[in-house]
Design a protein around this ligand. Structure first.
Ligand SMILES: C[S@@+](CC[C@H](N)C(=O)[O-])C[C@H]1O[C@@H](n2cnc3c(N)ncnc32)[C@H](O)[C@@H]1O
Length: 262
C-alpha cells in the first residue's frame, strides 16, 4: 500500500484504538485500521480476527490474543478491560482489534466505557459488520428497494447464553421484513419457535451464513420452518448468521462468491 501515514491522525502513546476488522476477508479492513496496525505497539485481538489481518501488524508489535482458544473459556470481559487500561497506562499505543464492527454486538462499548472511566484516551474505528458485509459475501443484500424498507439486527443469545432478554418477539416479527441474527446457532430452535409463534410464515425464505467472507464460507438456503433441520443435517460451523426475509431469494441472482474470491 502507498505510504499514506501523514493523511491519518497520529496514534499517540498511551491511547487505545478500538478497531473493527470486518467479517474475515483482510481486504475489508479500513485504511484507518491498516494505519493502526502499522503504528500500534500492542495488538489485543479476538479469535474472530483473521490471521491475514494480524500479519499486517508492524514488525516488533506485540500481538496478544484475548479470544477463546482450543475450547478454553474466554477471558472475562472485566479482565480484558483492565488489560487495555494497564497497557495504555504503561504508555503503549494499544490497538484493540475486534471482528466486524466494535460497536455491534462486540462489547466495544463496554471497553470504551472502561477506558473513559480510567481516563484513557481512545478512538473508535468502525468496521464492516458481519450482518451486512457477511451477507453481501453470501450474495444477500440487507435491503432491496422493492422488498424491504427496514432491517433488524438481533442477537441470538444474551450474556447467560439463553435467549436475549428485553426482545419483544411479537413486535420484532411484525417490525421488519428482514431479520438478521448474530450468534444464531446456539438458540436457533428457540429463535425460530418465537418467530413462528409471532406469525412469521413457515415457508418464509431463510439462510444460514457460516464463516462469511472467508475461504470456508458456507451458505444454507432454506425456509424458516426448515432451518433447524437443515442445520442439524449440515452442521454449519460458527461463526454464523441467520437471515430471515425476502432478500434471501435474491441470492439466486446475486451470488458472486467462490472460494477464490477471498
Ligand atoms: C460477538 S458477535 C461480534 C459481531 C461483530 N462485532 C460484527 O460486527 O460483526 C459474533 C457473531 O458475529 C457473527 N459473525 C462474525 N463474523 C462472522 C462471519 N465471518 N461469518 C458469519 N457470522 C459472523 C456471528 O453471528 C457471530 O456469532
Amino acid at each position: 500500500m502507498t505510504e499514506t501515514t501523514s493523511l491519518f491522525p497520529p496514534f499517540e502513546p498511551g491511547t487505545v484504538w478500538l478497531v473493527g476488522a470486518g467479517p474475515g476477508d483482510p481486504g475489508l479492513i479500513t485504511l484507518l485500521a491498516h494505519h493502526a496496525l502499522q503504528n500500534a505497539d500492542w495488538v489485543v485481538h479476538d479469535s474472530l480476527v483473521a490471521p491475514g489481518i494480524l500479519a499486517m501488524a508492524r514488525s516488533g508489535a506485540v500481538v496478544e490474543s484475548v479470544g477463546k482458544r482450543g475450547g478454553q473459556a474466554s477471558p472475562k470481559q472485566t479482565d480484558i478491560n483492565a488489560r487495555l487500561v494497564e497497557l495504555a497506562k504503561q504508555g503503549h499505543r494499544v490497538l484493540r482489534l475486534k471482528g466486524g464492527d466494535p460497536f455491534v454486538f462486540g462489547r466495544g462499548a463496554d471497553e470504551a466505557m472502561a477506558l473513559r472511566a480510567a481516563d484513557v484516551v481512545f478512538r473508535v474505528v468502525p468496521g464492516v459488520t458481519a450482518g451486512v458485509g457477511g451477507l453481501a459475501y453470501a450474495g444477500i443484500p440487507t435491503t432491496q428497494r422493492d422488498l424491504n424498507s427496514a432491517v433488524a439486527f438481533v442477537t441470538g443469545h444474551g450474556q447467560d447464553g439463553d435467549l436475549p432478554t428485553g426482545v419483544d418477539w411479537d413486535a420484532l416479527a411484525r417490525g421488519a421484513p428482514v431479520l438478521v441474527f448474530y450468534m444464531a446457532l446456539r438458540q436457533l430452535d428457540q429463535v425460530v419457535a418465537r418467530l413462528l409463534a409471532a406469525g412469521r410464515p413457515v415457508d418464509e425464505p431463510a439462510a444460514i451464513v457460516s464463516k462469511a467472507a472467508t475461504k470456508d464460507q458456507l451458505v444454507l438456503e432454506t425456509t424458516l420452518g426448515q432451518v433447524v433441520a437443515c442445520v442439524a443435517q449440515h452442521h454449519p460451523p460458527p461463526p454464523a448468521l441467520l437471515v430471515v426475509g425476502p432478500v434471501v431469494t435474491l441470492r439466486q441472482t446475486l451470488n458472486w462468491w467462490s472460494p477464490q474470491s477471498v
